[in-house]
Design a protein around this ligand. Structure first.
Ligand code: B12
Ligand SMILES: *[C@@H]1O[C@H](CO)[C@@H](O)[C@H](O)[C@H]1NC(C)=O
Ligand SMILES: *[C@@H]1O[C@H](CO)[C@@H](O)[C@H](O)[C@H]1NC(C)=O
Ligand SMILES: *[C@@H]1O[C@H](CO)[C@@H](O)[C@H](O)[C@H]1NC(C)=O
Length: 165
């Protein structure tokens, strides 16, 4: 019984992979191969399961400290995957948007600075992730949260409540 479940799961995985990895194919040299004599058929797959193309809007707001700023960037037609990749795409698309991240083991990347404005433990400030327009705080970080098509994510510079932290 368990064996059949596994076989079914693998079949589903194979189907999903076949369907969604198409946009991720890129040519390049296989590791260790000589780039001058590389096989034209050698392909590197940048990711295993790539999602369907989606559009995500990022709103960056700092109304907490002077000078305040706001930035809206729409990233269109990128494969559905973790939020960090949309942040990367946004900074490629719009050089006015820059961010810094710090890696925390299994939690992945924490966004520590946006456009020069850094989170601070002494000031108890951070960049909070919210769904827009609901205002719901995301329960996952940038390396784990996978945005939905046409979703707007807000990055709001704010303070954390001492009683919660
Ligand atoms: C305190 C806390 C915070 C504080 C940290 C303040 C500080 N510097 O002390 C603040 C308010 C800043 C915070 C923010 C966020 N947090 Co938080 N946080 C926690 C909490 C309750 C405790 C962490 C801790 O102190 N550990 C003890 C210390 C000794 O270990 P540490 O490794 O040094 O801890 C550091 C990291 O945990 C880091 N950190 C805190 N939160 C997060 C979130 C992510 C994604 C990352 C990579 C790192 C990180 O800051 C800690 C202090 O330096 C945990 C829950 C838990 N019990 O672990 C959630 C937790 C880690 N946070 C979580 C989330 C979702 C967030 C936010 C994404 C929330 C949001 N909607 O904005 C943001 C991060 C946004 C960003 N800019 O990337 C989730 C992560 C889930 C996941 N798998 O991604 C957790 C597990 C809570 C939950 N929902 O279950 N958080
Ligand atoms: C960004 O989006 C928000 C929310 O949709 C809107 O209120 C604001 O006017 C926009 N700002 C800019 C600079 O486009
Ligand atoms: C997202 O918006 C596009 C363009 O308006 C639309 O074609 C698509 O169906 C929307 N996707 C979802 C999941 O609503
Ligand atoms: C963004 O942060 C500011 C400053 O703390 C706060 O007043 C505002 O309510 C926050 N916005 C959202 C949508 O949470």
């Amino acid at each position: 019984m368990a064996k059949w479940n596994l076989a079914f799961a693998l079949l589903v995985l194979a189907t999903v992979t076949a369907k969604y990895s198409v946009g991720c194919k890129r040519t390049g040299s296989a590791p260790g191969s000589d780039p001058n004599t590389r096989d034209a058929d050698a392909k590197i797959y940048a990711c295993g399961i790539c999602g369907q193309p989606i559009t995500v809007t990022l709103i960056v707001t700092n109304k907490f400290v002077e000078p305040t700023f706001e930035l809206n960037i729409t990233v269109s037609n990128k494969p559905q995957r973790e939020l960090i990749y949309f942040l990367e795409a946004a900074s490629v698309q719009n050089p006015k948007f820059r961010f810094t991240a710090e890696h925390y083991g299994t939690l992945g990347y924490m966004i520590t600075k946006i456009n020069g404005l850094a989170a601070s433990v002494s000031d108890q400030t951070y960049w909070q992730f919210l769904e827009h327009p609901s205002g719901n705080s995301l329960q996952l970080g940038a390396s784990t949260y996978v945005p939905l098509d046409n979703q707007t994510i807000q990055f709001n510079f704010t303070t954390w409540d001492n009683t919660h932290a």
